[in-house]
Design a binder for this molecule. Structure first.
Ligand SMILES: *[C@@H]1O[C@H](CO)[C@@H](O)[C@H](O)[C@H]1NC(C)=O
Ligand SMILES: *[C@@H]1O[C@H](CO)[C@@H](O)[C@H](O)[C@H]1NC(C)=O
Ligand SMILES: *[C@@H]1O[C@H](CO)[C@@H](O)[C@H](O)[C@H]1NC(C)=O
Length: 553
């Protein structure tokens, strides 16, 4: 009897062992089949929804943009709509599919708001919205404890909802939900059998970064000196472990991308560090626990994905050839809303420099030119024509500080202490205030690639004097309607000369010279108009094309 039972046991175990893989294979393949069927019906549905007839013979592509708060009207949304409008202009057969949780708004509402808030015109014909119902899962208030973890898991569910509603040809997250990437990969593998849905990201701010871990660590050290040692030790150790756990998976998820754009160098530094992040403790845990190991294997799987080998785009950013992705800076389009309102008249006699205190910005030339100007034209020293030089700039580290000290010594040597002001790490509103009242913008960097400060001078209505090279020469300070929009110079002498020329425009006060005074306002007007025309969007979309999605599919 006993033998019989054990015989059955063995048989049923064997059967189960054979059936389980079969069963799961069956489940998987039928789910994959359903996905594939859904893929084609959904594409047809969107096509007919948009009123694009099949007879057109247009071969449509679909870019999915994950932006659950697309109707919020903030800086992130500005980037999203600028990108969508650009895609619509340059890729007529590309349908932009925006995943959003704004279920209380209609397509028309969202398009209208993009127009009124950002002055971005969206074409309804190539724009489709996939509305998501589980957005509350990514809200901070849904997760009073372990908020980051809750939001991360929530974003995976939200990503799952998005993918089961529609799988695009390329997926771009523009809000920072990196934990959707494994889900996108999973759906890509299920329905295509490969990782061939390229994933991209535009990161404004990393959800977690290494500084957060080290900050808790340093606090922990500090806490050990206080009374409640054991208690706080355990708490902060737990917190460090929690952060490390999130960081580990955040890093793995970010590595699923084919391209990453970031909005600033700060974000770039952090995202690059996160891409490089490793943590052997968690590696070991994943090695020891097979299910976790499988997840790690899946997330770390990149040998056959499109970004290597044949799929490598011709114009791929150079950093990707090493196999490691690198975050690329694509500045958000300049938000000129404030600057463009600054009055052109009644400017103070201030020469403004906006540049980080880095060697390539060449501050010594600014000081030298200013000293020469005062020497050649003593009227600028005192009285009603008195001119001041204001240097605003970021000072990031000890080296920058040393440079500022050296510059201050130079100011002393040149004997212009009372005429020069240094303002370090000014907050944005302060910088705006200086832009609104200064008369002249000064930039001395040689071969500057772009020169956002020069654009800001121009949009703010300053008369700009910049080095005759690089972006400011070739792209920025160009004649507008055949007339001058600013000045160029090369040496301290020539800078002093054109500074005088620019200053004299507004110093003239007699009636005979009224015409010249008009020219002062006219230059400011032209500079503003031409900069607004070319730079509020242009540089952004160029970066978007070069570092972003073009060529990945
Ligand atoms: C969906 O269908 C289109 C067109 O048939 C195909 O090109 C695409 O690869 C499919 N995508 C997925 C995820 O199945
Ligand atoms: C980048 O995004 C962050 C978060 O929204 C913002 O604080 C920062 O000012 C942005 N940087 C730039 C250069 O726009
Ligand atoms: C990442 O690691 C590579 C190779 O170890 C190194 O060359 C690179 O500088 C690192 N990047 C960052 C941002 O730390």
């Amino acid at each position: 009897m006993t033998r019989l039972i054990s015989y059955f046991d063995v048989m049923s175990l064997l059967t189960l062992g054979a059936l389980l893989p079969l069963l799961s294979y069956f489940l998987f393949s039928s789910y994959a089949n359903a996905l594939r069927t859904k893929n084609s019906t959904k594409r047809e549905e969107i096509r007919s929804n948009l009123g694009i007839t099949k007879e057109d013979g247009r071969k449509l592509k679909f870019v999915g943009l994950f932006h659950p708060y697309c109707n919020a009207g903030g800086g992130g949304e500005r980037v999203l709509w600028a990108a969508v409008a650009h895609i619509q202009r340059t890729e007529p057969d590309m349908i932009s599919v925006v995943y959003t949780g704004d279920t209380d708004a209609t397509k028309e509402d969202i398009i209208k708001k993009a127009k009124s808030r950002f002055d971005v015109t969206l074409d309804p014909e190539t724009l489709h919205f996939v509305f998501l119902n589980s957005r509350r899962l990514v809200e901070g208030s849904t997760w009073p404890y372990f908020t980051l973890l809750g939001q991360s898991l929530g974003s995976m569910v939200l990503g799952w909802e998005a993918m089961s509603k529609f799988i695009p040809d390329v997926f771009i997250d523009t809000m920072g939900y990196a934990f959707t990437f494994p889900i996108v990969s999973l759906f890509s593998v299920l329905s295509l059998g490969t990782f061939n849905v390229p994933i991209g990201a535009y990161v404004h701010y990393p959800i977690i970064h290494e500084d957060m871990v080290s900050r808790v660590k340093s606090r922990k050290q500090w806490h050990t000196n206080t009374g409640r040692i054991a208690n706080s030790e355990m708490l902060s150790s737990g917190k460090i472990l929690y952060y490390r756990f999130l960081l580990y998976y955040y890093s793995l998820s970010l590595r699923r991308t084919s391209f990453i754009m970031v909005n600033s160098s700060w974000t770039q530094n952090h995202v690059n560090a996160i891409l490089n992040h490793s943590d052997w403790t968690f590696d070991l845990i994943h090695l020891l626990i097979p299910p976790l190991g499988l997840i790690k294997l899946f997330l770390g799987y990149e040998w056959f994905s499109k970004k290597n080998g044949d799929g490598q785009p011709k114009d791929a950013p150079s950093g990707s050839s090493s196999g490691r992705r690198e975050a690329r800076i694509v500045y958000p389009p300049v938000d000129p809303k404030e600057m463009v309102k600054f009055p052109l008249e009644g400017r103070e006699k201030v020469i403004l420099s906006l540049a980080q205190f880095r060697p390539e910005k060449d501050h010594p030339t600014q000081l030298g030119a200013f000293a020469k100007l005062l020497k050649a034209h003593p009227q600028y020293r005192t009285g009603k024509d008195s001119v001041k030089l204001v240097l605003i700039g970021g000072c990031r580290n000890a080296e920058d500080e040393a440079r500022v000290d050296a510059l201050k010594r130079l100011v002393g040597e040149l004997g212009i202490e009372d005429k020069v002001e240094f303002i370090l790490n000014a907050p944005y509103p302060d910088m705006l205030r200086w832009l609104s009242r200064s008369s002249i913008g000064l930039s001395t960097m040689v071969d500057e690639h772009f020169g956002i400060n020069v654009v800001e001078f121009m949009v703010s209505g300053l008369i700009t004097v910049a080095h005759a090279s690089g972006g400011p020469l070739k792209d920025i300070i160009l004649p507008y309607k055949g007339k001058r929009t600013g000045y160029h110079a090369t040496t301290p002498e020539s800078f002093a000369e054109v500074l005088h020329e620019a200053l004299s425009l507004s110093s003239l006060s007699t009636e005979a010279e009224a015409e010249a005074k008009d020219e002062d306002i006219a230059i400011r007007e032209r500079a503003r108009e031409s900069a607004m025309k070319r730079f509020s969007e242009e540089e952004f979309v160029k970066g978007w094309d070069e570092n972003g999605w073009k060529g990945w599919f």
